[in-house]
Design a binder for this molecule. Structure first.
Ligand SMILES: Cc1cc2nc3c(=O)[nH]c(=O)nc-3n(C[C@H](O)[C@H](O)[C@H](O)COP(=O)(O)O)c2cc1C
Length: 159
């Protein structure tokens, strides 16, 4: 299975960023090599509950749906905050226990990418060298923090 390509394809529709049982839909993220480690990086705005959860956590898991599935769940987890609702319960969903020391995944997904945070940094949006992106994404501030996660393990969920 080419899980990297499948993740890239699915990110256009969304994947679940899992931290302490709270699923947040993400559309941004990428694989890469840095410090000679295989990594996956995610970007979370300061206003998200997930940002608060990550401030006292060292791991995250990205749960990737089979292409085109779980659209209702992705929409819900991309518009509701874990501050206001327990999203997993509200969706009658469940968690898949972590296997590599990361965070529990969102059940019903194709596979789960467990990561340990290697590096985190707040993006200074004013360093963005493209004015139209600056006004499109940061008109109200609320910049992103980038989290570079070392991939601890990737595992497929049984169908
Ligand atoms: C398709 C889609 C992709 C999204 N991608 C991101 C993302 O990469 N980073 C981010 O901070 N928010 C992203 N969001 C918005 C969050 O998912 C949304 O604000 C969510 O309600 C935050 O949940 P939380 O407060 O429980 O963390 C996305 C939303 C959707 C629908």
């Amino acid at each position: 299975m080419d899980w990297m390509k499948e993740t890239d394809d699915q990110l256009r529709r969304g994947a679940f960023l899992m931290v302490e049982g709270n699923p947040m839909t993400i559309g941004w993220g990428q694989f890469g090599i840095i410090w000679n480690k295989q990594t996956f990086s995610v970007y979370v705005r300061e206003s998200r509950y997930t940002h608060e959860l990550l401030s006292h956590t060292t791991t995250f898991t990205v749960s990737v749906p089979k292409n085109g599935t779980l659209q209702k769940e992705l929409a819900f987890c991309g518009t509701k905050s874990g501050r206001d609702v327990d999203k997993v319960s509200a969706l009658h969903a469940s968690l898949m226990p972590a296997r590599f020391g990361g965070q529990d995944g969102f059940s019903g997904c194709r596979f789960h990418i467990e990561c340990r945070i290697l590096f985190r940094t707040d993006l200074d949006e004013h360093l963005l060298e493209n004015e139209s992106l600056l006004s499109r994404y940061y008109a109200e501030g609320d910049s992103h923090t980038m989290y570079i996660g070392e991939i601890l393990g990737v595992w497929e969920e049984a169908e």
